[in-house]
Design a binder for this molecule. Structure first.
Ligand code: NI
Length: 149
């Protein structure tokens, strides 16, 4: 773990009050912790934008779909077998009579992860979904303190 450095930040009183209210509602106990998380999030986004073609990323794809949709289950199954080496784990929940929710944990080159996610998201019968991409922990500045969330 690296050493902690201190720095001062000037901000308008109103901005600071709004920020404090927001982070308190989010469960942060102090500004430093909230600022560190914002910095890490910005760094991950910037790294993903700067070098989108190479490097291993981690992702989770959440899908809600109607399991009655014609051929959907077969197509999803076929895609997941085709990309089996990028799929770490799949969580499937039957959330209603018609709908299923799936969370697919992915690991691999960003292009392949995006391509698999796009293929699944565009299937007929998939009602909603979103891909979340992040980086392996070693790519992000280490955390000094455990976080509540
Ligand atoms: Ni189901």
């Amino acid at each position: 773990m690296s050493e902690l450095s201190r720095f001062g930040v000037s901000a308008e009183e109103e901005l600071l009050q709004n920020f404090d209210r927001m982070i308190s509602a989010q469960g942060y106990s102090n500004r430093s912790e909230a600022l560190r998380d914002l910095m890490r999030d910005a760094l991950v986004k910037s790294k993903l934008e700067d070098a989108p073609e190479t490097g291993e990323v981690l992702g989770s794809l959440t899908l809600v779909y109607d399991h009655h949709a014609t051929d959907l289950a077969d197509k999803m199954n076929a895609l997941q077998h085709e990309f089996f080496n990028f799929i770490v784990s799949v969580l499937h929940v039957h959330i209603s009579h018609d709908d299923c929710l799936e969370v697919i944990v992915l690991r691999g080159e960003i292009q392949q992860i995006r391509s698999l996610a796009d293929s699944l998201l565009s299937l007929r019968g998939v009602k909603h979904g979103k891909l979340f991409i992040t980086l392996p922990a070693r790519e992000i500045v280490e955390r000094k303190h455990a976080h509540k969330h």
